[in-house]
Design a protein around this ligand. Structure first.
Ligand code: FAD
Length: 425
């Protein structure tokens, strides 16, 4: 096993820098169990794509990259066994080569499957809940060094799977997959008042729906997607313009200009929105459409709100961030997901509207984060565990009805508190 002493860790967003005494890259469970017995304050590394510092005071960080095996396909049940440290892009490529696909995805593919699942990572669509819902069974190593095979009939399945490393580690997952499919994506703009008006129709009409907004533009960009078996069709020039020139080169350039001259951000945002005005349609493999061009480094908070109240929440949100109290140099995203049963999932037992704040890190960020958090609390929001929020000003047990039951499990699975974290009742 590789051991790196005094490791300097930095996450993708570069808002977390930690000096960690030991970084371990174990190759088997015997080595993992040794680490558990040797250390306190143990944390897990997927691919560092979280903003949230769930790792304070880390003594040993475990990287699962070398704890790997060739995925196993069960063709009769369309299930696949994969290592927890496998990256989503590797899983997509593997499944594609077998004409299979994941049922649903978020908007990037760099995360490890265990890291994504354990924070409640989600995509968008009223018929689709968080990525964890694709898992039928998993192997779990707890804080006492005991291995557990947990399937959906186990009483703690819905507690342990979305527990962001607070009770133990996910080593292997059995995932329900589907035959590969295409997605037809329609993009168009409309006034955000009209988007709110049509929102309910769209979420039933389309399998996947997301809105993008560049404040204070009066238009929202709508991505309306349907699953299909129609052949791949991407107009080459238009696609190159939108997916490369506009979404990557222009966008990154304008983010830089907006960083230098914040007063230009509103005009830049109006301009970028105007470039999306022409309706656009393309069809491609599911995992290619779900994935967006890798965004520039930025800060992010995202909360799940009760979907039934979407009209009030969206109206208030658009008005609140149109008044130029804050300037934005990043796309704001609005998504939805189906309710689930995971005790600590932000979508626990309620269909969710996902809203956040995405912005460059500048002097207004802390105020903006607090401003959005007070907005979110007013509408009973629950924070995404992988993204930023202020835990001191958040009543966990009010938001998560199963929190105390979850904390009771901590006494069973991690009695020495090796995987300490910020949760409190
Ligand atoms: C550019 C970008 C786009 C994103 N898009 C989306 C999106 O579309 N939808 C969405 O919901 N989220 C999104 N996220 C958030 C991201 O999916 C989550 O933060 C996810 O947890 C990151 O996975 P990771 O493998 O990097 O995990 P890490 O950030 O490394 O770890 C996250 C947590 O998982 C725990 N963990 C890691 N491995 C294990 C394991 N094997 N067993 C148990 N616990 C473990 C860690 O202890 C930690 O608490 C995005 C993030 C970025 C940077």
């Amino acid at each position: 096993m590789k051991i790196h002493k005094n490791h300097s860790f930095q996450n993708w967003a570069q808002n977390i820098h930690l000096e960690i005494p030991y970084l371990y890259q174990p190759e088997n469970t015997t080595e993992l169990i040794e680490i558990i017995h040797k250390h306190q304050k143990i944390r897990f590394l997927g691919s560092g794509h979280s903003w949230n510092n769930l790792w304070n005071e880390t003594e040993a960080l475990i990287d699962f990259t070398h704890l790997t095996f060739e995925p196993i396909i069960h063709s009769e049940t369309l299930e696949v066994e994969i290592p927890g440290g496998m990256k989503l892009w590797q899983i997509n490529e593997f499944l594609d080569s077998k004409n299979l696909a994941l049922q649903n995805l978020g908007s990037i593919d760099q995360q490890s499957i265990a890291g994504a699942i354990s924070t409640g990572t989600h995509g968008t669509g009223l018929k689709f809940s968080c990525l964890a819902s694709q898992c039928n069974e998993f192997t779990f190593l707890d804080g006492k060094g005991n291995l557990h095979n947990i399937n959906k009939n186990h009483p703690h399945f819905f507690a342990l799977l979305v527990s962001f490393g607070t009770l133990g580690m996910i080593l292997k997952l059995k995932i329900q997959v589907v035959p590969s499919y295409q997605i037809q994506e329609n993009t168009f703009t409309c006034k955000w008042e009209n988007a709110i008006e049509n929102f309910e129709t769209w979420i039933y009409e389309y399998d996947h729906l997301k809105l993008w907004w560049l404040p204070p533009a009066s238009d929202a960009v709508v991505y309306a997607m349907k699953r299909t078996q129609c052949p791949i069709q991407e107009p080459n020039i238009q696609n190159f313009w939108r997916e490369k020139v506009l979404s990557v080169w222009f966008y990154r350039l304008f983010v830089k200009i907006g960083n230098l001259y914040p007063q230009l951000r509103p005009r830049i945002n109006q301009f970028l929105t105007s470039q999306m005005r022409k309706p656009y349609q393309r069809t491609n493999k599911s995992y290619k459409i779900f994935k967006v061009a890798e965004p520039p480094v930025h800060r992010e908070t995202e909360w799940a709100f009760p979907l039934w109240n979407y009209k009030n929440i969206l109206t208030d949100y658009f008005q609140r961030y149109s008044d130029n109290r804050f300037t934005f140099n990043f796309i704001q995203e609005i998504r939805i997901s189906q309710s689930d049963n995971f005790w600590l999932s932000p979508s626990y037992e309620r269909d969710s509207l996902w809203l956040g704040i995405y912005n460059h890190w500048d002097s207004q960020w802390t105020n903006l984060l607090n401003d959005f958090q007070s907005f979110a609390l007013q509408y009973h929001g629950r924070p995404h565990w992988g993204k930023e929020f202020n835990p001191t000003n958040f009543n966990f047990s009010k938001a998560y009805p199963k929190l105390n039951d979850f904390l009771d499990l901590k006494k069973i699975y991690d009695p020495e508190n090796k995987f300490h974290n910020l949760l409190k009742s």
